[in-house]
Design a protein around this ligand. Structure first.
Ligand code: F6P
Length: 316
């Protein structure tokens, strides 16, 4: 059996560990593994190469993805996907493992509906795939955000400032609320909390009344302009306020222990499913166990809001 593998969408620490697991498991069972470079775009452009076990050596601990990644909006078009499927046929590749986020899952679903055997693995720093408790890369990105916010805390305290920090996550507030709790933020603003500028100013006032020397406000991306928010807080309180956008630094770096193990287990599970003749599944983790559900179910799952939001005001 020939199994193809690609990474797609925003890269995430642990994607390489997962790639390694898929390739080595495939070879372990006597089959062939093929790397597809630069995501669905590379698939359409026929950028495919057979991988042996040494090709995925020395990558377990590396951030990013050695296969490269991309976003390809035109993959929504059936004609474009047909080109991809034709390339796979020419290579004799009958099954595909894709590692990525929401957009990658949609591509996987569409390919599966066209008859291709596909397994999707959740790899994104956003933790926005509802069918899985955690996605590969989330905890590493969280550690990066925590490290950065801890550093901001030092200077925030020294200068009695209100530090506004924007954290990634696309439309999901998990990176923000988890880092907010872990860094002792006074205020966390996400899609889940909603954003009311007056309410934020009230909370800043409360911090003033509590004689807080400084405060930290974590804001999820795509909510508001953090520079304008900081300016507004500066105007209406005694704190000087500064904004920092953490940005793409959150996507890079060595995967954490958790992400390496999660990625390895998910990769083995995915390859074994295909080898057993199963397909059309999305891999998930729940309470450290690995499982799978139909890709369609993964795409329709409703995200549960983490209970961490209930902890915030008791902790600050
Ligand atoms: O999905 C990961 C992510 O980093 C999001 O947090 C962010 O919104 C997006 O990707 C940025 O995408 P791009 O790399 O296309 O700018």
């Amino acid at each position: 059996m020939k199994i193809g593998i690609l990474t797609s969408g925003g890269d995430a620490p642990g994607m390489n560990a997962c790639l390694r697991a898929v390739v080595r498991t495939t070879i372990h069972y006597g089959h062939e593994a093929y790397g597809i470079y630069d995501g669905y775009k590379g698939l359409v452009e026929n950028k495919i190469k057979q991988l042996d076990r040494n090709d995925v050596g020395q990558i377990l601990n590396r951030g990013g993805t050695i296969l490269g990644s991309s976003r390809l909006p035109s993959f929504k078009e059936k004609a474009v996907r047909q080109i991809a499927i034709d390339h796979l046929k020419t290579w004799g590749i009958e099954a595909l493992v894709v590692i990525g986020g929401d957009g990658t899952y949609r591509g996987a679903m569409a390919l599966s509906e066209m008859g291709l055997k596909v397994i999707a693995i959740p790899g994104t720093i956003d933790n926005d795939i509802a069918s899985t408790e955690y996605t590969i890369g989330f905890f590493t990105a969280l550690d990066t955000a925590i490290d950065a916010i801890d550093k901001l805390r030092d200077t925030s305290f020294s200068h009695q400032r209100c530090t506004v920090v924007e954290v990634m996550g696309r439309d999901c507030g998990d990176l923000s609320i988890y880092s907010g709790i872990a860094c002792g933020a006074e205020i966390v603003i996400t899609k889940e909390t909603g954003f009311d500028p007056e309410n934020v100013l009230m909370q800043v006032k409360k911090a003033e009344e509590m004689h807080k020397r400084h405060l930290i406000v974590v804001v999820a991306e795509n909510i508001t302009n953090v520079f304008e928010l900081a300016e507004n807080i500066g105007k209406h309180s005694h704190y000087t306020a500064r904004a920092t956008v953490l940005g793409y630094i959150q996507r890079g770096g060595q995967p954490s222990s958790y992400d390496r193990i999660l990625a390895s287990k998910m990769g083995v599970h995915a390859a074994e499913l295909l080898i057993k003749g199963e397909s059309g599944y999305a891999i998930y983790t729940k309470s450290m166990e690995i499982g799978h559900c139909p890709i369609a179910e993964a795409l329709n799952a409703q995200d549960e809001v983490t209970d961490l939001y209930q902890y915030l005001n008791k902790l600050n």
